[in-house]
Design a binder for this molecule. Structure first.
Ligand SMILES: NC(=O)C1=CN([C@@H]2O[C@H](COP(=O)(O)OP(=O)(O)OC[C@H]3O[C@@H](n4cnc5c(N)ncnc54)[C@H](O)[C@@H]3O)[C@@H](O)[C@H]2O)C=CC1
Ligand SMILES: O=C([O-])CC(=O)C(=O)O
Length: 269
């Protein structure tokens, strides 16, 4: 069973890798389309050649009834396009899951999906262990704590710059402690995983988050611990930064690709 038509929103670090990963599969999608802003259509069309159709017109892409739309463009894109995709009855895989920290948007996406029968799918992204966390939730969770540590440069252009001089750090500095909702909204390009843990586990306001800039780090380290009535576990995932965007771990795209490919797998794990 191969995939039919996959639409990817965005053409940044994750999306560029995703096109290549999907095309390399034996069960590659029959058709790939990429949605970009109007001013990028020409440039991205040239970059992709005949490997994908490039468009700035979501309605036209949805009219062709794709199998799935994969958002890889940021929180704003989930807000701008998510409801329309789900309303069309098309499943939506969301990379920028932190957008769901906006309770109104999350409710709108859920309601739209319920009405159309489509699903909004959250892949595990840069982390893992979501299966164990989701199962532990059914037994009664007592705490979920996440710490995200990245090199100082990965926090540039974020509120971390107001808490410290990133370039001058000589030791790890915890510049944020709070809830998953606060982290996801204040750090939309760096704390999506906090929102993923929250959605699978204790929720946006009970999941606790620490964010750390470490001048000794060269990789993006995601650590979390879970306590529940049935199981306790901890995970530490060390993600290599994406060459195109060091805020993003390269592992993210593989999780998204897996979520897309699993849709047509005969045996789903
Ligand atoms: N779930 C997870 O574990 C992770 C999620 N992310 C999320 O994925 C997003 C994308 O990551 P990257 O590819 O590394 O970012 P990127 O910055 O390299 O690429 C994003 C691309 O989307 C485009 N874009 C933005 N808004 C758009 C719109 N409205 N319409 C069309 N294109 C638009 C931008 O021009 C840019 O080319 C991040 O912003 C973050 O929210 C990132 C890392 C991990
Ligand atoms: O890719 C990562 O390391 C995690 C990330 O940026 C996010 O959760 O937004």
């Amino acid at each position: 069973m191969s995939l039919g038509h996959v639409v990817i929103i965005g053409f940044g670090a994750i999306a560029q890798d995703l096109v290549e990963i999907l095309r390399a599969q034996d069960e590659a999608p029959g058709k790939l389309s990429v949605l970009v802003r109007p001013e990028r259509v020409e440039e991205v069309s040239q970059a992709l050649g005949d490997r994908a159709l490039v468009s700035a017109d979501l309605a036209a892409l949805l009219a062709a009834q794709p199998d799935v739309v994969v958002e890889c463009a940021g929180h704003g894109a989930v807000t701008a396009y998510g409801p329309e995709v789900l309303q069309s009855g098309t499943d939506l895989v969301v990379a920028s899951v932190g957008a769901l920290a906006d309770a109104k948007l999350a409710a709108r996406l859920a309601e739209t999906a319920r009405q159309s029968g489509a699903q909004c799918v959250v892949p595990s992204g840069a982390i893992g262990g979501i299966d164990a966390l989701g199962a532990a939730r059914l037994s009664g969770l007592t705490s979920v704590r996440y710490t995200g540590t990245k090199p100082p440069s990965a926090w540039s252009g974020t509120p971390a710059e107001e808490a410290c001089d990133l370039a001058a750090l000589s030791e790890p500095f915890t510049f944020f402690e709070g809830t998953a909702r606060e982290a996801a909204q204040a750090y939309p390009k760096n704390a999506n995983v906090a929102a993923t843990l929250a959605l699978a586990g204790l929720g946006m306001d009970e999941t606790t988050v620490s964010l750390v800039a470490d001048p000794g780090a060269t990789e993006n380290v995601h650590s979390f611990s879970v306590a529940s009535q049935a199981i306790e576990f901890s995970m530490r995932l060390v993600g290599k930064p994406s060459p195109l965007n060091p805020k993003t771990s390269r592992s993210t795209v593989y999780s998204i690709a897996r979520a897309v490919l699993s849709r047509r797998a005969a045996i789903v794990i």
